[in-house]
Design a protein around this ligand. Sequence first.
Ligand SMILES: [Zn+2]
Length: 368
Amino acid sequence: MARGENLIIKDFALIHDGDRILETGVWSALKDNFSGEVEDLGDVTIVPGLINAHVHLELSHLKDKTVQGQGFTNWIKSLLSNPLYDLDTEAVRNAVKQMRAEGTAFCVDISTRNCAKVAGIMDELSMGFYACCEAIGIQIPKDGAKFFPQKNFAYGHAAGSGHSLYSTGAELLQGVKKANHAAGLPFPIHLAENEEEDEIVAHGSGEFATMLKGAGLLADCGNKGLRPVEYAESLGLLDESTLAVHCVRVADEDIKTLAERKVNICLCPRSNTYIGEGRAPWEKILKSGINTCLGTDSIGSNYDLSMWNELEYLLKNIEISLSPADALALVTTNSAKALQIDDSYGSLEKGKRAVYATVPAHLEDLLF
Ligand SMILES: [Zn+2]
């Protein structure tokens, strides 16, 4: 059975050549038109391959290595006490294998130092991806060839991303956004994640600002009392190719701006809870019509990288009811639209990549 887009098909069959979907429909009608190996999945529900719109695989060695529920400044201190960028390729490989086994077919990976290596691992394990080299500070690192993977990949593309308004210089953010746009790629940025960000963007102050300054990473946000979304808008960073990650601290006016600018939002519900940042106004964001999707963030601020668990957490805690199609869209259709990959992902249709996920039995009742 296949579900999605208000469409439930019983006795569903997906015909593929190992790479692309050749045809979909009802098994009894299709079976005489095709030959080849048949795999009967039994009494299960399948949906399009899941999309994780925000993860940092570079940090795959950090499970249980950070504090929980104590706010962003304490979390970042505990994060920085670890050897952050000593890439554990085995941990990355295992994380990608686990994600693939759970039905995740595409992810937006953000990497500060190891973009090329992580991209290579995702490619090898047939994980679709954007491998985003994260810009922090005020200029792109001098060893640019190492920073941006130069290779052509079978399953993904290299892209840029901005860390945040407070840690990446305004001109660099604008430059990365422009370069991504020219290449037909989305522009991911952590936006309105926590109160520390509010304080720095508005006034350039706070304990976290002092930490950033000490590391030479404090961006000049103008200290004009603006909220992060207002400041991002003033820099021209908000449009339909922007993927605003988190959006925990957004006022009603911010949601209006994000909706008007057709910005895509990636919510990371469990990461925000893990760190102790509160939660985004999910209900208002979804009601506003903003194209919304989900991401896990890194294992350094989550319990696992399962998109099913991310969706389950949201569905169990959200205060409005979502139709099965709307709920599943958060990890399939909406994400594909936000990432401009809907020619290959997001639905089970002829010509798209032959990737699907099976709904875990315990989620059937919650979803349907
Ligand atoms: Zn992140």
